[in-house]
Design a protein around this ligand. Structure first.
Ligand code: FAD
Length: 555
């Protein structure tokens, strides 16, 4: 990617076929799809790419066992449609970015024969709905087989489990891979660029977006023939920029997750807890050396701050502990995150748990604003395909074949699961660093290690608990428009999702490298580091966790 200054020059005051507002999964996928169909496309994101919902997912590529349950119980065609579509997209997501995805076995434990039968039948239907997109058939495992895979499971009354296969992915990096692929195919994407208003031509059609650069506070405009609103939870606010009296369509539901050391529940499979106290499911999933547990469901309003609360922690641990032989305590939590699901429903009486995760495309008749709302990460590509078909129609073009169905994303070209060994052989790096770089950056890892060839100090680790090296920060700024300490530690490298305290420890060094790359003075570096450290301390306080700990496993 080009430097931020060059991207700004290429976007400010320029004219495009399409301007996509929002750089989460859906906006990035829309921009890529349109660009690959030959349109001249700009994307603007108010914060960081993947800075909102798209880095707060449970990171599962799935049809949705819970939605299937809702579809069967309530004979709900919408829920059924979501499951079938997502099951098919699951395979495309796995195929198009193998370095960021993997197949993962899930176990649903059973403590009664009736329940085991119900789950077994339900998952057979799940297999059947996948049809040609089936990745592996579900099967019943007896008590011994189950405990061999999950020795720390509560054994009291355990009959066995049903095993099925879905996928897992790195949500933040997948979002960045979509942006990187878009950029490398000639698109222009800018983060920290908030659309503040839209203007119209004399016929009432949208003609320009007015943008405020959140870093310099300067304003500029982007002219385009068509505008797509892919702002997730902020969707209604952008719809109102185009049509101020339009009624809202979105309801927002917060979901929180916590991360625990893997030792609390050693397993290579994911645990699916089939029924929580509030009638949903809970996942405990091995995730990059941690156990990722979630999620919750609480209705929130647009603009509400999203963080893990003490109540979220109590709920998650309370549900999880029923299934563990040895309960987990709050002081074992190492990190967490929360995000808001954008759900499409104008029915204020319906609980957010019951709202189907399907998506809706709306064309505002006067202004022509195309809003894509709702959906799931797993269906982001299909949502983009449908949206760009509508865009092509608006432009008077015949919608062509969709190129993203089989388009391999940046970093996954020629990548294999042994790629990390190539890094060890070529660059003489230690295996844990090679594996980390390969999993996060794919074949772009070579570009990071080339930086070390030029300056050996960039090969140094920043903290002892995580393989991350200094060159990753340089790469994040030069190639991926990282502009803050959190951009690097959360979404580019993932340390913040591994351990809040380790991320805080890494902040001064990351701040210094960022500052050197971006031309900050000492005061600016200090301010950026202090802001990040206070942010992490606040997250720890809000979740009711101690700021400091001396225990090794609690890093
Ligand atoms: C707790 C939780 C768990 C989930 N787990 C899963 C899962 O395991 N699997 C799955 O398939 N799905 C999951 N989902 C759903 C999935 O994460 C979302 O459907 C998806 O990330 C939504 O992407 P988006 O691009 O629509 O929204 P976002 O990622 O929120 O992107 C919208 C972007 O628009 C930007 N924006 C807003 N206003 C403006 C403006 N005025 N100008 C410019 N930009 C603007 C925002 O900054 C934001 O980055 C989960 C969701 C949650 C909340």
């Amino acid at each position: 990617m080009k430097s931020r200054q060059i991207v700004l020059q290429n976007i400010a005051g320029k004219s495009f076929d399409l301007c996509v507002i929002g750089g989460g999964a859906v906006g990035a996928a829309c921009a890529l799809d349109a660009r690959l169909r030959g349109l001249n496309v700009a994307l603007v994101e108010a914060g960081d790419f993947a800075g909102a919902t798209s880095s707060s997912a449970t990171k599962i590529i799935h049809g949705g066992v819970r939605y299937l349950n809702e579809a069967i119980k309530h004979v709900d065609a919408k829920q059924y449609h979501v499951v079938v579509r997502a099951l098919h997209e699951r395979v495309r997501m796995l195929d198009n970015a193998p370095h960021l995805t993997r197949k993962l076995e899930f176990l649903v434990p059973s403590y009664s024969w009736l329940n085991a039968l119900y789950i077994n039948v339900g998952l057979k239907i799940y297999d059947w709905l996948a049809g040609s997109a089936l990745i592996s058939s579900s099967k019943f495992l007896n008590r011994e087989e189950t405990l061999r895979l999950m020795p720390a499971l509560n054994q009291n009354g355990l009959i066995g489990s049903v095993e099925f296969l879905d996928g897992q992915f790195d949500d933040a990096r997948y979002n960045l891979a979509l942006i990187n692929t878009f950029d490398r195919n000639g698109g222009v994407a800018l983060n920290y660029a908030r659309v503040s208003s839209l203007s119209k031509d004399p016929s009432g059609k949208l003609s320009a977006a007015h943008v405020i650069d959140q870093l310099s506070k300067q304003s500029f405009s982007i002219n385009a023939k068509v505008f797509v609103n892919a702002t997730g939870p902020a969707g209604d606010s952008v719809r109102r920029m185009a049509a101020p009296t339009i009624p809202p369509r979105l309801r927002l539901s917060k979901g929180a997750h916590v991360l625990l050391p893997m030792e609390v529940f050693p397993t290579e499979q994911a645990l699916l807890i089939p029924k929580t106290d509030d009638g949903r499911v809970l996942f405990a999933v091995p995730w990059r050396g941690r156990l990722l547990v979630g999620t919750t469901e609480t209705e929130v309003e647009p603009g509400d701050e999203l963080y893990v609360t003490q109540e979220d922690v109590e709920f998650i641990l309370g549900q999880l502990n029923k299934y563990l032989a040895t309960p987990v305590t709050r002081d074992q939590i190492v990190a967490g995150f929360a995000g808001a699901r954008p759900l499409v429903s104008s029915d204020a009486t319906k609980s957010t748990k019951k709202i189907a995760r399907d998506d809706v495309i709306e064309i505002e008749p006067t202004s022509g604003l195309i809003s894509i709302m709702g959906g799931k990460w797993t269906t982001h590509r299909a949502m983009a395909e449908d949206t760009i078909n509508v865009v092509e129609k608006s432009l008077g073009r015949v919608a062509g074949d969709c190129p993203t169905r089989h388009h391999v994303l940046y970093g996954s070209e020629d990548w294999t699961s042994e790629y990390w060994q190539q890094l060890v052989n070529t660059y003489k790096v230690v295996p844990d660093l090679a594996q980390h770089l390969s999993a996060k950056f794919g074949t772009a890892a070579g570009d990071i290690l080339d930086l070390v060839k030029v300056d050996a100090s960039l090969g140094e680790r920043i903290i002892s608990e995580h393989p991350m090296i200094r060159a990753e920060v340089v790469y994040a700024v030069r190639e991926e428009l990282a502009a803050t300490v959190e951009d690097v530690l959360a979404r580019r490298v993932g340390v913040q999702f591994y351990s809040w305290r380790s991320a805080r420890e890494a902040a001064p060094e990351v701040g210094a490298i960022l500052g050197a790359e971006l031309g900050w003075n000492d005061d600016q570096i200090q301010a950026a580091v202090e802001a990040y450290v206070s942010h992490i301390n606040r997250l720890l306080d809000l979740a009711g966790l101690p700021r400091e700990t001396s225990a090794r496993s609690l890093v």
